[in-house]
Design a protein around this ligand. Sequence first.
Ligand code: LMR
Length: 334
Amino acid sequence: MKPLTLLAALAATVISCSALAAEPIIIKFSHVVAQDTPKGKAAEHFKKRAEELTKGRVKVEVYANSTLFKDKEELEALQLGAVQMLAPSLAKFGPLGVKEFEVFDLPYMFDNYEGLHRVTEGPIGRRMLNSLERRGITGLAFWDNGFKVFSSNKPINSVSDFKGQKMRIQSSKVLDAQMRAIGVLPQVMAFSEVYQALQTGVVDGTENPPSNLFTQKMHEVQKFVRVSNHGYLGYAVITNKKFWDGLPADVRAQLERAMKESTTYANQIAKKDNDDALDAVRKSGRSHVFVPSAQEQVSMKRALVNVHEKMDDRVGVDLVQAIYKETGFDPSKL
Ligand code: LMR
């Protein structure tokens, strides 16, 4: 090679190497809810902090509202490396073979965020996240959403009203058992399909925290909302283990910091977001919002609490007992 050509070739190599070095690491973060929800906002918060802290070495692309993948597909996509981060609800881990996450679906398992955080922020939560490793998944954090309300186009004032109604559930066997305990016919369906199913009468009703009900406009196609707070819905933020372990150590440390900050943020906004969403549903005048009396709450609790015993083999008796210990819940005292 002539000296000049050699020089040009060397220069080209240097340029392409530095271009390569500047290429950011892309994290595709896919989720199924609206941006204006606790999860949607926390994902944006993570994006902002991750990009700031890594000084642009990482770029986070957030895909909200099932625009990239729907519920079941997103878990497959994570395992295949088509996305790098997800925050599925805890009710959706069954297909991964980790049934114990459905413990969070047990009706009335948690009364408030304080008891819940003793579990999610403590050794039980850590153990559960670690259990994902053997599936090739790294569990990064738990993010709050909130306590669920029932909604329907048929009356849901008394426990007996529920009998024979069709309701959409997430893919959790515990939720299936919960619905059957009050005579409801549960139907598993992706979140992105719920609005239309309610609108067209494929199902009569569903359950979700108010933030999801409102941002998906489900209240516009539901006549009744019962503020039952009968169960919790929250998330585990997860990433592909191979991807995570392969990151440069300093980048991973900054991402861990961004995740910690986003978790604090998510858990700070979740309650207010849900309270505001319920107010907005009330103000819209589209559904009748019904708050059950203390007596009516007890009737619903009595009807649903036997699900704990029925499902403790599935989610793990020891886990159920360990959570009771943290929260002080005693099913025999109802
Ligand atoms: C649902 O499917 O109802 C929820 O899991 C949606 C979500 O991610 O909050």
